[in-house]
Design a binder for this molecule. Structure first.
Ligand code: NAG
Ligand code: NAG
Ligand code: NAG
Ligand code: NAG
Length: 345
C-alpha cells in the first residue's frame, strides 16, 4: 500500500518533470494554455510546455524578442504580449509559429514594423497593434495574408497607410484605425477610396479623423468630398483612375509608375490637400459661359441674318418699286408721247 502510493507520487513527479510548467506561470493542461501574465517577466520563460496552444504573457516587462523566441512552442495559436515594453522585435521573432492565429501586441512601445517579421505567420487571423508608437507600417507585406480578418492599429502615430498593405489582406472584416495622426493630403485619397469599397462590402471600421493639415483637422476622412483632393505630384494608379472616372474618357488614366507608388509618397510629404474653391460651381460656371456664348452666337447670327434679309428685302423692294416707278413714268411718258404722237394724226 505504502509502496503503491510512493510509485504514484513518483509517477506524478516524473509527469510534472516531462510536462514542466515555468515557475511563474500557471499551466492548464486540459486547454493547453499557459498563463504567465503579471509576473514582472523580462523575457520569455524558457521551459514552456511544447504542446501549448495559448500563451498569456501580458502585463509583464518584456522589452525585446530575440529570433526564434517561441521555438519551444511551435503549436501556438494565440499569443498575448499586451502591455509589455516591447520596442524591438528581432526579424525572426515569430519564426516557426506556423499555426499562430491571434497575435496581440497592444500597449507596447513599437515604433515601426518590418514586413518580414510576419512572413512566418501564414495562418494569422487577428493582429492587434493598438496603443503603440508606430509611425509607419510596411508598404506591403510582400505576400498575401489570406486569412487575416482583424487588423487593429488604433492609437499609434500613423500619418498614412498604404493601400497595397490593405490589399494584401483580402479577408479583413474588422479594421481599427482611430486615434492616429492621419495626414489628409492627396496620398490618403487611396485609403479613402479603399475604405469606401470596404464598407460597401460589409467591412467594419472606426473613424479616420484627420490630424493635419489645419484645413481638415478634426474632420473625418470619409466625409471629405473627392473633389477637394488635389492630384498628387506623382499620381498613383488609384488617383489616375479616379480622375479618369470623374472626368470621363476625355482624360487618359495616368499610368502607374513602376513600383514607386509609396516611395513617391514618402518623398513628397509636403503635398497638401488644399481645398479648391467650389470646383463644382466653377464647372457649372464654365458650362454656363459656354452655353451662353453659344446661345448668344446663334441669336447674333439670327439677328444678322434677319438684318441682311431685311436690308436685302428692303433693297429689292425699293429697286422693284423704283423700277415700277421708272416704268410707270416711262409708260406715262410713252403714253404721253403716243398721245402726243397720235394727236396730230
Ligand atoms: C500593465 O502592466 C503593469 C504591470 O507590468 C500593471 O501594473 C498595469 O496595471 C498594466 N496596465 C494595464 C492597463 O493593464
Ligand atoms: C488584445 O488585448 C487587448 C487588451 O487585453 C484587448 O482589448 C483586445 O481585444 C485584444 N485584441 C485581440 C485581437 O484579441
Ligand atoms: C487560410 O485558412 C484556410 C482554412 O483554414 C487554410 O486552408 C489556408 O491554407 C490558409 N491560408 C494560408 C495562407 O495559410
Ligand atoms: C509613445 O507614445 C506615447 C504617447 O502616445 C508617449 O507618451 C511615449 O513617451 C512614447 N514612447 C516612446 C518610447 O516613444
Amino acid at each position: 500500500m505504502k509502496g503503491d502510493l510512493l510509485l504514484l507520487c513518483g509517477a506524478i513527479v516524473l509527469l510534472q518533470g516531462v510536462c514542466s510548467c515555468p515557475e511563474k506561470c500557471r499551466c492548464h493542461s486540459s486547454s493547453h494554455s499557459v498563463d504567465c501574465s503579471q509576473q514582472g517577466l523580462a523575457e520569455i520563460p524558457s521551459d514552456l510546455p511544447p504542446q501549448t496552444l495559448t500563451l498569456h504573457l501580458q502585463d509583464n516587462q518584456i522589452q525585446r524578442l530575440p529570433a526564434f523566441a517561441f521555438r519551444s512552442v511551435p503549436q501556438l495559436t494565440t499569443l498575448n504580449l499586451c502591455n509589455n515594453s516591447l520596442s524591438n522585435l528581432a526579424l525572426g521573432a515569430f519564426q516557426g509559429l506556423h499555426h499562430l492565429k491571434v497575435l496581440n501586441l497592444t500597449q507596447n512601445s513599437l515604433h515601426s514594423l518590418e514586413s518580414r517579421l510576419f512572413h512566418s505567420l501564414p495562418q494569422l487571423r487577428e493582429l492587434d497593434l493598438s496603443s503603440n508608437n508606430i509611425t509607419h507600417l510596411p508598404t506591403s507585406l510582400g505576400k498575401v495574408w489570406e486569412n487575416l480578418t482583424v487588423f487593429a492599429v488604433q492609437q499609434n502615430q500613423l500619418q498614412q497607410l498604404d493601400r497595397a498593405l490593405l490589399e494584401s489582406m483580402p479577408s479583413v472584416r474588422l479594421l481599427f484605425l482611430k486615434d492616429n495622426l492621419w495626414k489628409c493630403n492627396c496620398h490618403l485619397l487611396s485609403l479613402k477610396l479603399w475604405l469606401e469599397k470596404f464598407i460597401y462590402k460589409g467591412g467594419i471600421t472606426d473613424s479616420v479623423i484627420c490630424a493635419s493639415p489645419d484645413t481638415w483637422k478634426g474632420k473625418e476622412l470619409l466625409k471629405i468630398p473627392h473633389e477637394l483632393y488635389q492630384p498628387c505630384p506623382f499620381p498613383s494608379l488609384d488617383v489616375g483612375s479616379l480622375r479618369g472616372q470623374q472626368l470621363g474618357s476625355a482624360h487618359q488614366p495616368v499610368p502607374k509608375p513602376p513600383e514607386s507608388h509609396s516611395t513617391g509618397e514618402r518623398d513628397h510629404p509636403e503635398c497638401e490637400l488644399k481645398p479648391k474653391p467650389r470646383p463644382a460651381n466653377l464647372r457649372h460656371a464654365v458650362a454656363t459661359v459656354i452655353i451662353t456664348g453659344v446661345v448668344c452666337g446663334i441669336v447674333c447670327l439670327m439677328m444678322l441674318a434677319a438684318a441682311i434679309y431685311g436690308c436685302t428685302y428692303a433693297a429689292v423692294t425699293a429697286q422693284y418699286h423704283g423700277g415700277r416707278l421708272a416704268q410707270t413714268n416711262e409708260s406715262v411718258k410713252m403714253e404721253g408721247k403716243e398721245l402726243y404722237d397720235s394727236s396730230p394724226a
